[in-house]
Design a protein around this ligand. Structure first.
Ligand code: HEC
Ligand code: HEC
Length: 203
């Protein structure tokens, strides 16, 4: 897979209306806040600033992206979930599309807490790749889609700024057999020997 994205392709495929969620109603938002404090708070914190690094920060993430991920965690129409995750599968099992839309909108309004790099050297390497990519390996600069400061670009390109380092690298190193789908292609993954990547038995 190469990482060349002609402008025409970007314009044509990224703006597909299917990926945009409708605005939630007031009732859905109120319900979302309640669900967030009663259910999601256990792992992501009520305001989306999760404490444990395995649980992604949801605060400030684009509503449409969160909506898409929640949809992808759910097995629907007899098909397996696009983004299989045993924990989140349980969380979304009883959520309707309106619930998911409301949750996306709720977490978008929450303020992400700033996070400082723990290892300045490693962060410097990351910054260089983020800004310039890796030419020899055909890795595109991340800024092309996630914006110069990591705030992402609604609706398709998620915010990466302020996310836990461990969660971010886990997503990048994730299981090669499970490519996360995206409107532009697939989140690039490398083969992993992590036990979490053991292929689940198909029933
Ligand atoms: C028991 C812990 C737990 C609870 C409760 C929980 N989550 Fe999660 N959530 C996780 C973990 C762990 C992941 C990371 C999955 C992975 O590694 O791909 C995750 C991932 C997500 C993601 C993907 C974030 C991204 O950046 O792609 C969203 C969105 C999300 N959760 C929303 C929710 C919502 C909304 C609720 C409440 C209805 C909820 N979660 C409840 C543990 C939890
Ligand atoms: C061509 C556009 C594009 C480029 C370039 C790109 N990304 Fe992404 N990235 C995406 C899209 C689209 C998604 C959302 C995929 C989905 O919906 O599951 C994503 C998702 C991610 C996620 C998961 C976020 C989360 O909350 O789970 C991480 C981490 C990530 N990208 C890191 C990077 C890094 C690091 C680079 C540079 C080496 C990069 N991306 C370059 C488009 C891009």
């Amino acid at each position: 897979m190469t990482f060349r994205w002609p402008a025409a392709l970007l314009a044509g495929t990224l703006l597909s209306p299917a990926v945009f969620a409708q605005a939630p109603s007031k009732a859905d938002l109120a319900k979302a806040q309640q669900t967030a404090s009663q259910v999601c708070a256990a792992c992501h914190a009520g305001d989306g600033n999760s404490v444990l690094s395995a649980n992604p920060v949801l605060a400030g993430q684009h509503a449409d992206y969160t909506f898409k991920q929640l949809t992808n965690f759910k097995a629907q129409g007899g098909k397996p979930a696009e983004r299989p995750n045993p924990i989140m599968a349980g969380m979304v099992a009883n959520l309707s599309a309106d619930d998911m839309r409301g949750l996306g909108a709720y977490f978008e309004t929450q303020k992400p807490k700033p996070r400082a790099a723990r290892d300045a050297e490693v962060a410097k390497l990351g910054q260089a790749i983020y800004r310039g990519g890796i030419l020899a390996k055909n890795v595109a600069a991340c800024t092309a889609c996630h914006s110069a400061n990591g705030a992402g670009v609604p609706a398709q390109f998620p915010r990466l700024a302020g996310q836990h380092a461990e969660y971010t690298s886990a997503q990048l190193k994730g299981c090669a057999w499970w490519p996360r789908s995206s409107p532009t292609g697939r989140l690039r993954r490398w083969p992993s020997t992590s036990p979490a990547c053991a292929r689940p038995r198909t029933a």
